[in-house]
Design a protein. Structure first.
Length: 246
């Protein structure tokens, strides 16, 4: 990696609607910014615009909550229809308290509310689900744009306050970098160092994207370098046998 990184938000991206050609919109955004793909460029793309383009917005009026959703809604104070969507996207509920449900998502993420959101959706009374397959979404965008792609979302952390950007899909780059066996600054062999590379990229891009009304869902990260083979974001998930807290 070079000593200097640049992070550039693609300018003037229009609001994304279901069925939009997101790859074309991003390519046009890069052209407006005078950016053409270079080796080891990464485009970080917010999950919300991917989900919108893929039609993952669900009107709550169309949802009929189950008895289990109603019970959990009463416990947490959430809309039973929203809880039904959360349960439908989840393998199990890990923890619940008022206004919060932590689940194991069908994709393996342990996260709040199955990643379902109602902010910046653009349609009143709708909820936005994660992409069906964010790895495939990243691969399609990567092939279309000719550069590596990381699809980002904002996660809370069990031991720390605040949300931070993480990778839920990746293509064209190694999501993990295994540094074990390499020397440190003083020649000592690294024994446990594995870097969540795609997560670091997502977190850096999040500083530019923002979390509110900024309207910057795509950020080009330039100045990176890697030699490891491409690896999907799923490699970032800790398997059950390694998880001391679940």
């Amino acid at each position: 990696m070079s000593a200097t990184l640049s992070l550039t938000a693609l300018p003037d991206l229009p609001m994304v609607q279901a069925g939009d050609d997101l790859g074309a919109m991003l390519a046009e955004g890069m052209a407006r910014a005078g950016l053409s793909p270079q080796p080891c460029d990464v485009l970080a793309v917010a999950q919300k615009v991917v989900s919108k383009a893929e039609g993952r917005s669900v009107p709550l009026a169309s949802v009929t909550p189950s008895a289990s959703a109603c019970r959990l809604a009463e416990e947490t104070g959430k809309d039973p229809r929203l809880v039904e969507l959360i349960l439908s996207e989840s393998l199990r509920v890990v923890r619940a308290r008022p206004n919060l449900i932590i689940v194991e998502h069908r994709l393996g993420f342990v996260m709040a509310n199955a990643g379902i959101d109602q902010s910046n959706v653009g349609q009143e009374g709708h909820a936005l689900l994660l992409p069906v397959d964010p790895e495939a979404s990243a691969a399609r965008l990567s092939a279309r744009l000719g550069l590596a792609v990381v699809i980002t979302d904002s996660f809370g952390r069990a031991w720390r306050r605040g949300t931070v950007g993480v990778a839920i899909g990746a293509a064209g780059l190694p999501a993990l970098l295994d540094l074990r066996g390499q020397p440190d600054l003083f020649g000592r062999e690294l024994r446990v160092s594995i870097t969540g590379y795609a997560d670091e990229i997502a977190a850096a891009a999040g500083l530019v994207m923002g979390q509110g009304a900024e309207g910057r869902p795509a950020v080009l990260v330039r100045g990176l370098a890697w030699s490891a083979p491409a690896m999907p974001a799923a490699a970032l998930l800790r398997v059950g046998a390694e998880d001391l807290f679940r």
